[in-house]
Design a protein. Sequence first.
Length: 326
Amino acid sequence: MTDTIAINTVWQGKCVSDGEEYEFTWMITSQKGTRFVGIIEWPTLNAKTKIRGSTENNRLVWEEYEAIFGEDEVILPMRYAGRLEGTTISGKLRDQDNNESTFTLLQPSADDERIRLDEARKKQEAQKRLDEEAEIKRQEDQMRQEMERRRQEAMRQVEEKRRLEMQRMEEERKKREDEERAEQARQEDIRREEEKKRMEELRRQEEERKRQEEEKKRQEEEDRKKKEEQDRIRQEQERKKKEEQDRILQERLRQEQLQREEEERLRLEQERLRIEQLKREEEERKRREEEERLRIEQERLRREEEDRLKREQERIRKEQEEERIR
């Protein structure tokens, strides 16, 4: 039974219920003794279910008990009973209400199984390529977003600098106008009051000194703001650089983790193959020992048969001799 129904071999099936046909695939995923578990997939219903059952000679019974997906499209639980004849399994299935239907399963040929495995491998490779392309696209989107954010930040800084420059120029213009008005007032006062010329001169000098002090303070304030802006830009650049380094490090660690997992999987697979090889060698050794035991047993039986024949011949010879003497 186990030799006929290989593990992970997809059988093509057809279910007939109320005059309607439903195609499905049937596969055993593991087997222990006479018990097995597997899956059924209903392509037209977009559903997949789990099964469990047992075998006895050529008779199979199993239960479709749980949906992997598409639970609204199938009736569960469903009980199947069938018989294996050659490369075909046929029988009946019943639901909880005892409604009965029929089914037929056909064993795939070697070419069909090879084509199925090739298609599965191609699907896996295509899915892997799609995942890699999605990852590359995601990284490109992140880079584009980062470049856009940096461009907007640079534009904001340029606009801020331009606004400050315009503000400074406006203040200087107002100050120049104020100075011109003050100069005109001073000259008017000189024309009106000659005796106040010295005091006005002192006042003008005092105003000039204050203006220079204000100009110096303003220049110092602008220098301070520029230095703070430069420090902020430098800190922002350092922060972005550190974030990029952290991202690269995390990506490298993730790649290394994936590589270690793959190496561990390969090591376990090699260990499994080695154990299977040892098992096969042990079975071969037992088989040779059994053959040697049978050969020795046959040799012993042959010798016993020869001795028996010799004793029989000797007995006959003695009887003949006694008969002749009489």
